[in-house]
Ligand binder design. Structure first.
Ligand code: LLP
Length: 433
């Protein structure tokens, strides 16, 4: 889906920009985000809901996938709301001036300060547990407001994805256990400081099957019915995110439109069957909006050929800008930006520059014959790369640029060694005389 091609010089072009030129200008590693691809994904969600869901609907972007002002500005301009999970993500949304009723604050351990900020701003709070409910009551009283909340619960749905990113099964740290909900509903009836407007469940991430999401709508509607029965003013149902994307040829995710159709029809069907009013359908994708829209460009360095073994080629980034391979054994695809048309001639393993043997970005992939200085482009790095980046080995985080129609704009400045030193404090007694 990337708006990519090859230009007259045989170079990879993204958003009308020559990737080799971009690296010359902005340095590497470099995150290159294609605005058109991001906007197109937003539109697929919105248009799908408009066509397939007869009630109100709202797409909210799960900012944990990539949170910065530039990315949020694009998705908000497409009419999306935002899912935030920390004071930092919330502050980023507030800085953009996003309407508070479009912002939903998630998380299993929001601090009292974060909750107070959320109430002050007037965004929705997706409550995860009893402690949070109990913390919110006096905070709402002090702020002299009614907190609009949603309840998150674990729907008890298993799905096949990496263990670390599975959240829907009952043994999960997130949300109320379904067996706690009846007591929560009763408790809420006597708490005018909290207005419970909806329910939320999320089953996991990088999911290819549609059935778990179809099943989820049934569980959600069942709980919605119980909540209405208990007298709560429920009017929104959030089905979470989780649609997977294609990282390698082997990945066959459904289209966004198919996912939207399944959740829309599921929710509509189960509500009609029970004679319930259609709630506002909310979904909160992250990866499937931003994942395929970005690539990371690296400059290739030295090579090590093990006699009778692997060939390693090192690049100038690695697990600090993309921790997904080492964390989840995630696989990616790559091309060489200055040799797009060259035949694939050898199998190599691309290593990062970190002092850690596991810092391998791509294992045994086919590449053309390359030289130091060539530009390697790893595809589909928009989700959970920048947002999970670190300064391991005191390596500064890369810059990010937004490309569109042949023009590039900086959205994140490259960190410098000075930036890293700025947070250090040296106690006086340790200073050299
Ligand atoms: N809603 C909730 C409550 C979530 O926990 C998540 C992701 C999303 C929405 C968005 O899910 P998506 O549409 O992006 O699948 N770092 C991992 C992924 C962690 C996902 C956490 N929650 C990775 O790199 O694969």
């Amino acid at each position: 889906p990337l708006t990519a091609g090859t230009n007259g010089q045989g170079h990879l072009e993204i958003g009308g920009c020559d990737v080799v030129e971009l690296v010359r200008q902005w340095g590497s590693p470099l995150y290159i985000l294609d605005e058109t691809t991001l906007r197109t994904a937003c539109r697929h969600y919105r248009e799908g809901l408009r066509q397939d869901y007869p009630g109100d609907a709202q797409v909210i972007y799960a900012t944990k996938a990539w949170c910065c002002l530039g990315v949020l500005a694009v998705v908000v301009s497409e009419g999306l709301g935002l899912d935030v999970v920390s004071g930092g993500e919330l502050t980023t949304a507030m800085r953009l001036g996003v309407a508070p009723e479009l912002v939903y604050f998630h998380g299993n351990n929001k601090s009292p300060a974060e909750l107070a900020l959320a109430l002050d701003y007037g965004c929705r709070v997706v409550v995860d547990n009893w402690y949070e409910l109990q913390t919110l009551v006096p905070l709402a009283q002090a702020a002299n407001c009614t907190a609009k909340i949603m309840l998150r619960f674990t729907p008890g749905i298993e799905c096949h994805t990496h263990e670390y990113i599975r959240t829907g099964h009952l043994d999960s740290k997130f949300g109320f256990d379904p067996q706690q909900l009846a007591a929560v509903f009763t408790w809420l009836r006597e708490r005018p400081q909290l207005e419970c407007i909806g329910l939320h469940a999320h089953i996991g991430s990088q999911i290819f099957a549609l059935e778990p999401h179809r099943d989820l709508t049934e569980v959600l509607v069942e709980t919605y019915a119980q909540g209405l029965q208990a007298g709560l003013p429920l009017r929104e149902v959030n089905v979470g995110g989780g649609l997977g994307i294609r990282y390698t040829e082997a990945d066959q995710p459904p289209a966004i439109r198919d996912w939207v159709r399944v959740v829309s029809q599921g929710l509509t069907h189960h509500c009609q069957q029970r004679g319930l009013p259609l709630p506002k359908l909310i979904c909160e994708p992250g990866r499937s909006l931003v994942g395929a829209a970005c690539v990371t460009a690296y400059t290739m360095g030295g090579r090590k050929e093990i006699p009778g073994g692997r060939t390693y080629i090192s690049v100038d980034g690695g697990m600090s800008d993309n921790p997904r391979p080492i964390t989840y054994q995630a696989q990616y695809q790559a091309v060489v930006a200055n040799r797009v048309a060259a035949p694939l001639a050898e199998t190599v393993t691309v290593a990062g520059k970190h002092c850690e043997s596991g810092d391998i970005l791509l294992k045994d992939i086919a590449l053309p014959v390359t030289q130091p200085g060539d530009i390697l482009v790893v595809l589909a790095t928009g989700a959970y790369n920048y947002s999970m980046a670190s300064n391991y080995n005191r390596i500064p985080r890369p810059a990010a640029i937004l490309v569109q129609g042949g023009a590039a704009s900086l959205i994140i400045k490259r960190e410098t060694w000075e930036d890293l030193l700025r947070q250090d404090c040296l106690p006086e007694r340790l200073m050299a005389p």
